[in-house]
Design a protein around this ligand. Structure first.
Ligand code: 13P
Length: 282
C-alpha cells in the first residue's frame, strides 16, 4: 500500500495501548529487511533515517526505496525523518515525500525549541504531515550526533511545549541514551506516567537499543507509543555480514553477504515488534 503517516498508526497505538517500532535504516537491504519483518508479523512499521543517513544516500533515494517496498506490502508503513536538524532539512524531507518529520531542537533553550518546533509543525500542517519534537535531552551518541549533557523532560514544560508548538508527537527524556549502554539504564518511569497524565499526543522513546525488553514494555504500559531502535539494527546487519565473510572468505558477491545481514535484521525487528506489542495490529 502507499506510505501512510505516523499520525494514523500512532493514534491507534496510543488508543489501544501498544507501541509501534521505529527502525533506523541505512541501505536497501535494511529497508527490505524491516518491511519483511513487519509483513511477517502483520505489524505497522516506521522506517526512519537520520541526517547522516540522508547524507550517505539522499532523501529521494530513501523515499524511492521505502515507497517501492511499502507498495508491495499489506501492512501500513511510514517514512520518518529522525532527528531533523534544521527547518531546511525538515522542509526538504517534506517535499521529497517523507510521511513524518522530526525536528530536534532539544539542545536549544525551551523558548527557542518551541519556536523552531512550531515553525516546522505549522509548515507541515497544510500537507497533513505529522511532526515529532523532543523536549529534554536524550544522552549518548548516534551517528555524528552526540549529547554529553542529558536532561530529563520536565512535566510542566511538556504541557506548555505541546500546547504552544502544535506538534503531533513528543520524544521525552526519561533516562535512555542513544548508542551502546555501559551499564543497565535506569529509567524514570514515574516521570513518564506523570507526563502521560497531562499530555494527550503520542509519546516517543528514543535510545531503545540495549534497554531490557521488560523495561521497554513498562514504558509502553506507562504511555509510550513509538519506540526507536537504531544501534541494534546496525549491529545485527554488520554481524550478519562479518559472519558470512568469515565463513566464506573467498566470496565476492555482495548479494550473498548482504542477504546474511538482512536476515539478522529481520529476526531482530520481529523480536522488537513482539516487545512493542504491535504484532497483528496492521
Ligand atoms: P538507539 O541507537 O539507542 O537504538 O537509539 C535510536 C534512536 O533513538 C533513534 O532516534
Amino acid at each position: 500500500m502507499p506510505l501512510v503517516t505516523t499520525e494514523e498508526i500512532l493514534r491507534k497505538a496510543n488508543d489501544e495501548g501498544y507501541a509501534v517500532g521505529a527502525f533506523n535504516v541505512e541501505n536497501m537491504e535494511m529497508v527490505r529487511a524491516v518491511i519483511k519483518a513487519c509483513e511477517e508479523m502483520n505489524a505497522p512499521g516506521i522506517l526512519q533515517t537520520t541526517p547522516s543517513t540522508v547524507k550517505y544516500a539522499d532523501l529521494d533515494m530513501y523515499v524511492a526505496m521505502v515507497s517501492a517496498e511499502a507498495k508491495k506490502a499489506d501492512v501500513p508503513i511510514a517514512l520518518h525523518l529522525d532527528h531533523g536538524s534544521s527547518f531546511e532539512l525538515a522542509m526538504q524531507a517534506l517535499r521529497s515525500g517523507y510521511t513524518s518529520i522530526m525536528i530536534d531542537g532539544s539542545k536549544l533553550e525551551i523558548d527557542e525549541n518551541i519556536k523552531l518546533s512550531k515553525s516546522v509543525a505549522d509548515a507541515c500542517r497544510p500537507s497533513r504531515i505529522p511532526v515529532e519534537a523532543e523536549l529534554g535531552k536524550v544522552g549518548g551518541k548516534e551517528d555524528d550526533m552526540s549529547c554529553d549533557d542529558p536532561g530529563y523532560t520536565e512535566v510542566d514544560d511538556a504541557v506548555r511545549f505541546v500546547k504552544e508548538t502544535g506538534v503531533s508527537s513528543l520524544a521525552v527524556a526519561i533516562g535512555t541514551a542513544h548508542g551502546i549502554y555501559k551499564g543497565v539504564p535506569k529509567l524514570d518511569v514515574d516521570r513518564l506516567s506523570e507526563i502521560k497524565k497531562v499530555v494527550s499526543i503520542p509519546l516517543v522513546l528514543h535510545g531503545a537499543s540495549g534497554v531490557p525488553d521488560d523495561a521497554v514494555r513498562e514504558c509502553i504500559k506507562r504511555g509510550i507509543s513509538k519506540v526507536n531502535f537504531a544501534t541494534e539494527l546496525r549491529i545485527a546487519f554488520s554481524d550478519g555480514l562479518k559472519e558470512y565473510l568469515q565463513e566464506n572468505p573467498d566470496t565476492f558477491d555482495p548479494k550473498k553477504y548482504c542477504t546474511a545481514g538482512s536476515s539478522k535484521v529481520t529476526e531482530l525487528v520481529k523480536a522488537k515488534i513482539r516487545v512493542c506489542g504491535s504484532e497483528n495490529k496492521a
